[in-house]
Design a protein around this ligand. Structure first.
Ligand SMILES: NC(=O)c1ccc[n+]([C@@H]2O[C@H](COP(=O)([O-])OP(=O)(O)OC[C@H]3O[C@@H](n4cnc5c(N)ncnc54)[C@H](OP(=O)(O)O)[C@@H]3O)[C@@H](O)[C@H]2O)c1
Length: 249
């Protein structure tokens, strides 16, 4: 039996990750806000032989998240927690104005903390567990098209990298996931060409494989990873020139 909790399982990558884990012997605790879409994903997991429990919960609600993680723990001790839920300016209705910047930080940063923190103590007591934090290749540099999104993903990545070292002695493996462009409702609204756009099921398969190997960073596709790392090293004068040509969300 394996027990896996996934936030943002009602759509895109989260739904693909739920399906990728669904098999006889798997217990899936799936969170999201859209009850109908979430239940449809849960049902598709049951069809694959997994047990799936859908929970309508907002990752920003700290108490509700703690209660859900605890309920899921009681149902079946959690082996893996995937903090996947996230928003971008595109899926949140326009450019990054003040309200939207706060909303992006609330979901992509507080939401990740609200997912991960309640899972640590029970995993620590068992000296076993796996935590995956969804970052992005956008988290290697602040791009002018999506400053708040990039910042939220940089925070998720750096926090996860530090946690990995901190929790290793407790038997908990932390992985940070940094995908490039994946074909999901989040990217469907992008009005620009996305290089090496990947299918969500293919991305989920790469993530599952990386988690199974206990990788600290699961970043793909490699050419985009390389470009993102290079962008992170560029002097700001050079980035200013490049940034003027980059698309906005
Ligand atoms: N697609 C890409 O190219 C790409 C690349 C790198 C990283 N990522 C990251 O991958 C993750 C999944 O993105 P996606 O592309 O699959 O986007 P998506 O299809 O828009 O899915 C986002 C998921 O997050 C959930 N969510 C959003 N706000 C929430 C909240 N406040 N509380 C609970 N759930 C919430 C949504 O639930 P409801 O729909 O039920 O509200 C949905 O299930 C995000 O963290 C994103 O930043 C995506």
């Amino acid at each position: 039996m394996v027990s896996i909790l996934i936030t943002g399982a009602s759509s895109g990558l989260g739904a693909a990750l739920a399906r990728a884990h669904a098999r006889p012997g798997a217990v899936l605790h799936l969170g999201g806000r859209d009850a109908a879409r979430l239940e449809a994903v849960a049902e598709s997991c049951r069809v694959r032989g997994g047990e799936a429990f859908a929970e309508t919960v907002d990752v920003v609600d700290r108490d509700a998240m703690a209660a859900w993680v605890e309920r899921s723990e009681r149902r079946r001790a959690l082996d893996t927690v995937i903090a996947n839920a996230g928003i971008s300016a595109g899926t949140h209705g326009g450019d990054e104005g003040a309200g939207q910047v706060r909303a992006i930080f609330a979901v992509n940063v507080d939401g990740v903390v609200n997912t991960v923190m309640p899972a640590i103590a029970p995993m620590r007591s068992r000296r076993r567990g796996r935590i995956a934090i969804m970052s992005s290749l956008a988290g290697f540099r602040g791009f002018p098209g999506a400053p708040a999104y990039c910042a939220s993903k940089a925070l998720a990545r750096v926090w996860g990298e530090g946690l990995r070292g901190q929790l290793a002695a407790d038997g908990i493996a932390v992985s940070v996931v940094c995908p490039g462009f994946v074909d999901t409702p989040m990217t469907a609204v992008n009005p620009f060409r996305m290089p090496l756009l990947m299918d969500a099921d293919r991305a989920a398969a790469l993530i599952v494989r990386g988690l199974e190997h206990g990788r600290g960073r699961i970043a793909f596709p490699w050419p985009m990873h390389l470009l993102a790392r290079l962008a992170g090293c560029l002097p700001s004068g050079m980035m200013d020139v490049l940034g003027r040509r980059m698309p906005r969300k």
